[in-house]
Design a binder for this molecule. Structure first.
Ligand code: FMN
Length: 360
């Protein structure tokens, strides 16, 4: 069966499949995972935490979801439940690791495998100062041989797919030849796929935020890589604003990864299963989403969590609908008040024009 013909599991099927946390139970089939990568939501620090992923999973059953980057030393020495805990409904979910020490990354990979992640991804694209000082992230693109060692060490630690997220270049090391040398080294080391943010990173002089906007996008370079490497999976990322653009990219690459657009306008995810994965279109009502997020919030609060851990990721849900301003206000102001409960979520959705509630 072709990967694209696979039916995405429903939330209840996932709950059944993953209810036992045993390693074998938690493993996605390679076909299902390949299929899921056709559309993924990018790793984003402080944004794609477990609550954000839970929300996104209510909107799309098929897309692959990424964690925020977690450093290998933090996983080895830190609070694993806080750093790695996730809801089984989030599958398929990839964890992104940061690091530059093969033994540490191997150890972190083993731990993430045991936690049931479906894919382990190495961050070779993040240009922040904090990350650079630890010698990981985008600066590693200057050292393909070292990154290849990291990938090999990770591969030896797991049978799950090990993938790499990178840029098309850094600083003056930004020729297509440099990029191809890097990509070839990843493939040779056994990386199962490449996610490419289609712009270079300037490690000096630009802030991480500027590095996500200022260096120009070069999609054709990623298309050429995908063409040259076929059938090796290459996924494109950077500046993709909507599903029309995603579909246009899919004519050239195996998958698309969306970051900011998916976060700021999460309702676009409600069309992903039908438009990207060819699943039967399903009328998705925001009322249903309100109910499931309120129930999720109730559980989180009962465990000592705060409501705004969840509601802060929901602010974009009302965008473009009458009442969106009030919706955002309730979720950002009322939700941080002492004693705020799940009824805040009901109140916020009630502020949206009900005639506009049907998304699909
Ligand atoms: C707030 C924020 C945090 C990010 N954190 C990470 C990260 O932890 N790891 C990573 O590889 N990329 C990170 N990125 C980059 C995104 O994964 C993505 O490559 C970038 O935003 C370009 O895609 P987009 O234009 O679709 O947003 C982050 C981006 C944002 C906006």
């Amino acid at each position: 069966m072709l990967a694209r013909e696979l039916r995405c599991p429903t939330n209840s099927e996932k709950a059944m499949r993953y209810k036992c946390s045993a390693k074998e139970e938690a493993q996605m089939s390679p076909d299902a995972l390949n299929s899921g990568r056709k559309f993924s939501v990018a790793p984003m620090m402080d944004w794609t935490d477990r609550h954000c992923r839970y929300l996104h999973r209510q909107l799309t059953q098929c897309a692959l979801l990424f964690t925020e980057m977690v450093t290998a030393p933090a996983i080895i020495h830190g609070d694993r439940e806080r750093l790695l805990g996730f809801d089984q409904i989030e599958h398929p979910v990839a964890v992104q690791l940061g690091g530059s020490d093969p033994a540490e990354l191997a150890e972190a990979t083993r731990i993430c495998d045991d936690w049931g992640y479906d894919e382990i991804n190495l961050n070779v694209g993040c240009p922040s100062d904090r990350v650079k000082s630890g010698r990981f992230g985008a600066c590693l693109m200057a050292e393909p041989a070292l990154v290849a060692d990291l990938v090999r060490a990770m591969k030896q630690a797991t049978e799950k797919p090990v993938t790499v997220k990178c840029r098309i270049g850094i600083d003056d090391q930004d020729s297509e030849r440099d990029f191809n040398v890097f990509a070839d080294a990843m493939v040779e080391a056994g990386a199962d796929a490449l996610y490419v943010h289609a712009r270079k990173a300037w490690l000096q002089g630009l802030s991480p935020k500027e590095n996500r906007d200022i260096p120009p996008l070069d999609y054709p370079r990623v298309y050429r890589l995908a063409g040259r490497m076929k059938p090796y999976p290459v996924y494109i990322n950077g500046g993709i604003a909507n599903l029309d653009e995603a579909l246009a990219h899919l004519r050239h690459v195996d998958g698309v990864m969306l970051g900011r657009a998916a976060y700021h306008d999460p309702r676009l995810l409600a069309d992903v299963d039908a438009r990207i994965f060819g699943q039967p279109a399903r009328a998705f009502a925001l009322a249903e989403l309100a109910r499931s997020m309120a129930a999720y919030a109730e559980k989180h609060l009962a465990q000592g969590g705060r409501l705004n851990h969840i509601t802060r990721h929901m602010l974009g849900l009302g965008n473009g609908l009458p009442g969106a301003r009030r919706f955002r206000q309730i979720l950002s102001v009322d939700a941080v008040r002492d004693g705020a409960g799940p009824e805040i979520i009901d109140n916020a959705f009630a502020a949206l024009d009900t005639a506009a509630l049907a998304v699909a």
